[in-house]
Design a binder for this molecule. Structure first.
Ligand code: SF4
Ligand code: SF4
Length: 136
């Protein structure tokens, strides 16, 4: 399965090799989508992780023993369909094809699996229909 894992950790874990452990100990395929890590400060990382259900459960079990909080998240953004006008502007800045629009209905389509959380779409939406999910 493929999912997104958001981790917030305390300054005490700044030097802990979390990514290394996810790969070496739990054999996950890991992409770092976002990271804010500064020595001796609280930090956060958003991963895309790929592995079996058992691997991911074992990983979460281990994370729960550390000084951090984590969440599995489906999407890094949310779209208010009541506000969206299907203008399509956001699709032009979405480089991962998470946002598309086209035939037959010309309605905005959001594929959460493709979203890498770059937030480009939030900046360009004239209707402010896209918001960040509060995950980090
Ligand atoms: S956050 Fe980035 S990748 Fe995700 S839908 Fe918006 S533009 Fe596309
Ligand atoms: S830019 Fe905003 S209003 Fe236009 S399609 Fe995207 S979410 Fe909808």
């Amino acid at each position: 399965m493929k999912t997104k894992l958001a981790i917030n950790f305390s300054e005490k874990l700044t030097t802990t090799p979390l990514t290394y452990r996810l790969v070496k100990e739990f054999d996950l395929k890991v992409n770092i989508l976002k990271a804010n890590i500064d020595f001796n400060h609280n930090g956060h990382i958003l991963y895309e992780i790929i592995g079996s259900k058992e691997q991911i459960e074992a990983t979460l079990q281990e994370l729960s023993t550390l000084d951090l909080t984590y969440r599995l998240v489906d999407s890094t953004i949310k779209i208010d369909r009541d506000i969206c006008t299907d203008c399509g502007l956001c699709t032009s800045v979405c480089l991962s094809d998470a946002l598309t629009i086209g035939e037959p209905d010309w309605e905005l389509d959001f594929n959460t699996e493709n979203c890498v959380g770059c937030n480009n779409c939030i900046l360009v939406c004239p209707s402010q229909a896209i918001k960040m999910n509060d995950i980090l």
